[in-house]
Design a protein. Structure first.
Length: 549
């Protein structure tokens, strides 16, 4: 597989356009109605977008941005950008004005396609007037040109095929530090990653996926868009956050990929209807147990799912164990923008490997450095960082392995476990090193905790800042304090003396993308928290559980 010739996304489009033109491929909800597209319709729309892009007479290889939530138009525009020899630059739909301006300027973007956004007025205002804008067919978008008029044109008749080494896309990392870096991926790296994803996940035209995690993020781009194009499977989209459950149930996905935060929200939703004691009792009764499991899966819209997965950030092993009891087996995986999300996967699901990120995907070579850093080599590795030779050089070892920045261990079955980020490891005032990730994972086993950050470089002992879950916010303070005290004692009992947490601080404000404390992929921006709340972190307290303010 490492040297196998893989079809580009455009060749996949031409294949389905020719062989199965009438097969359903996209389902887009609009105002409660499900609009269905077959491959013939998709190809025709892609060719009309391409015709209009050609008419702009842009220089080949021009950067064209997509600033939108997931929708059928997102992928069709992406394909049209490829068809005209240009380079796509996806921007997270949650991006703030500063990030939008930075990416557009850094990539010298010529055209921006705009879709549904949460803060449309401010986000669109961040686009310089000299950059042409085109609006997808959704209300509330101001642009130079609108979808219906933009597509009022002939269709491109050529079926160009790009070179494997051509640059396909620049994906700006949502990194938790500094300006985002533009990760360059060729047609070969993205196509190969999509081919491996389709093969290892055994995907076919009969499979259904719900596309709702950002297409601007590498996981959705590879394991949903690229893999779907290679397999010819059906992609369903979400109309809004409010219709999410309805849209999952309409799709009945056979592959469902999510992030830890959503899995914990699912868990809390189930527990709200079925408290843990009652659930435990029902699961002990054989006939009732099967009925309850089927009912819960159907309620989540996962009655026909073959594979459930979680990625983007660590998921507490306790959450995976909890869902496994219900017959929902969550396979954890790991990857980066820099290696096209193709690192490891826990496939098939194994109870004895809960807490691991899995084994390498087919054709992926992984090893550990002397310091325990995870190093990766495959055809899915990036070309480098756009306009940054120095950082590109730093990103690779002399023998061509990508430096991931993650510390890990590996067992006899070639299953890897992340033990923390090398840059996140800090030294306390006593001169002792603390690795926060494993401690945070232990704290997250308490369902009252939704977000947590272990810190304390200036303190004698580390501490943890945390945000309560919805369930935690609904309980009386004294009850939450008692639960957190119990968790603190339980966690500290398993830690070495220099790692033991001095206290837990309950923060009043949730950490969100909007307030700059989370990346678009919901990772905590540790350095921003430390910079924003130095008084909260460094103040002396008497209590072990402290409530901010």
């Amino acid at each position: 597989m490492p040297n196998e010739v893989t079809a580009t996304p455009l060749e996949c489009l031409y294949k389905w356009e020719t062989t199965t033109p009438d097969s359903r491929c996209f389902v887009q909800p609009v105002n409660g109605e499900y609009q269905e597209y077959d491959w013939k319709m998709v190809a025709n729309t892609v060719r009309r977008i391409a015709y209009r892009l050609e008419a702009m007479q842009l220089e080949k290889g021009s950067r064209i941005a997509i600033l939108a939530k997931n929708c059928a138009e997102w992928i069709m525009t992406d394909l049209a950008i490829m068809m005209t020899g240009h380079i796509s630059v996806p921007i997270f739909a949650t991006a703030g004005t500063e990030t939008i301006q930075y990416v557009l300027n850094h990539a010298d973007v010529k055209v921006v396609f705009i879709g549904k956004l949460d803060d449309a007025d401010n986000q669109i205002a961040a686009i310089p007037e000299e950059i042409k804008t085109v609006a997808f067919p959704y209300p509330g978008i101001k642009a130079d040109e609108y979808w219906a008029e933009f597509l009022d044109c002939p269709a491109m008749t050529d079926s160009p095929v790009p070179n494997a080494t051509d640059l396909m896309t620049i994906i700006y990392t949502s990194g938790s530090t500094g300006h985002p870096k533009g990760v360059m991926h060729t047609f070969d790296s993205m196509s190969w990653a999509g081919t491996v994803g389709r093969g290892d996940l055994s995907l076919s035209q009969q499979d259904r996926l719900l596309s709702y995690l950002p297409l601007a993020h590498i996981t959705e781009r590879v394991l949903v868009e690229m893999a779907a194009l290679h397999a010819g499977m059906q992609l369903f989209f979400v109309e809004s956050l409010d219709t999410f459950q309805r849209d999952v149930q309409h799709c009945k996905p056979t592959l469902f990929v999510s992030v830890p935060r959503l899995w914990t929200k699912f868990q809390l939703g189930i527990l709200h209807k079925l408290p843990q004691k009652k659930l435990d009792m029902l699961l002990r009764i054989p006939i009732v147990s099967s009925l309850i499991k089927r009912k819960i899966k159907a309620g989540l819209g996962l009655s026909e799912v073959k594979i459930c997965a979680s990625g983007s950030a660590p998921i507490p092993p306790s959450v995976i164990t909890w869902f496994a009891r219900l017959g929902v087996e969550i396979c954890e995986g790991w990857g980066m923008t820099e290696n096209a999300a193709l690192g490891t996967a826990s496939l098939p699901f194994r109870h004895d490997k809960i807490g691991c990120i899995g084994h390498p995907w087919s054709g992926v070579d992984i090893k550990l450095s002397e310091e325990g850093e995870l190093l990766v080599k495959s055809r899915a590795n990036m070309l480098g960082y756009y306009l940054d030779e120095e950082k590109t050089k730093e990103a690779f070892t002399e023998d061509g392995y990508l430096r991931t920045g993650d510390k890990a261990t590996v067992d006899a079955d070639n299953y890897y476990k992340i033990t923390g980020r090398i840059k996140d490891i800090f030294k306390t005032a006593k001169g002792k090193y603390v690795t926060p990730a494993p401690i945070e994972a232990k704290l997250m086993e308490n369902v009252l905790i939704e977000q947590v950050c272990v810190t304390g470089a200036s303190l004698a002992q580390p501490i943890a800042l945390l945000v309560l879950s919805e369930e935690g916010q609904e309980l009386p303070d004294h009850q939450v304090t008692a639960s957190l005290n119990e968790t603190l004692a339980h966690v500290n009992a398993k830690l070495e003396s220099h790692q033991r947490l001095d206290r837990l601080i309950v923060m009043m404000e949730a950490w969100t993308i909007e307030n700059g404390l989370l990346t678009p992929t919901l990772k905590v921006k540790r350095h921003v928290l430390e910079e924003r709340f130095p008084d909260v972190i460094n103040q002396g307290y008497d209590d072990k559980i402290v409530w901010e303010n």
